[in-house]
Design a protein around this ligand. Structure first.
Ligand code: GRF
Length: 190
């Protein structure tokens, strides 16, 4: 059974959704560890309740970002992680992680990439006035939100959408596609 290492920074709804897809046998994998860069991440409570190993590494506890990331890599290797799953991990990934998990790290972003990279993608979509947005599951490379696309889902933007209403409908689609994209990434591991 392949091992996932899930990185979060916040509420962890994608992590929760992935765990539930595993429990309902829709995804053939194990969450070996959940790692957060914030002790305050509310998603950690779900992981702890479910008995998933949890680790918190606060970047401020380390002298350099490379030291921080090397600790992440050591933790992921210790848990025999095959695929790193970024799930609302609000920190740019650097060289130690990119080298250790080249081709073995995926992310989900709340827009149809390559449109609206970076923060507040749903607000960017509203500001631009697009009529269709969505979400993208992709491999992680050095450039932010730029790796090869695994799967996308489209969401119609409605005239009366707020950032909250659009974000909710995009998040629903994230939960529909991320586990499928993870399954695809797992089948392509050598
Ligand atoms: C999601 O919208 C995801 O696309 C983005 O950050 C958000 C994380 O939400 N990368 P959650 O923590 O999984 O609920």
């Amino acid at each position: 059974m392949p091992n996932l290492g899930v990185l979060i920074s916040g509420r962890g709804s994608n992590m929760t959704s992935i765990h539930q897809r595993i429990q309902s046998n829709e995804l053939n994998a194990t969450i070996a560890v959940v790692i957060s860069n914030k002790a305050s991440a509310t998603g950690l409570a779900y992981a702890r309740d479910q008995g998933i190993p949890v680790q918190v590494f606060e970047p401020s506890e380390f002298e350099t970002n490379d030291d921080y990331e090397s600790a992440l890599v050591a933790c992921l290797v210790a848990h025999k992680v095959d695929l790193v799953v970024l799930a609302g991990y609000m920190k740019l990934v650097g060289d130690p992680m990119l080298t250790a998990f080249a081709g073995r790290m995926v992310n989900i972003h709340p827009s149809l990439l390559p449109s609206f990279k970076g923060l507040n993608a749903q607000q960017q979509a509203l500001d631009y006035g697009v009529k269709v947005s969505g979400c993208t599951a992709h491999y992680v490379v050095k450039e932010m939100d730029a790796g090869p696309i695994i799967m996308q889902a489209a969401v119609a933007v409605q005239d009366d959408d707020t950032v909250e209403s659009l974000s909710d409908r995009i998040l629903f689609q994230e939960h529909q596609i991320y586990f499928l994209a993870i399954q695809i990434a797992l089948t392509h591991l050598d």
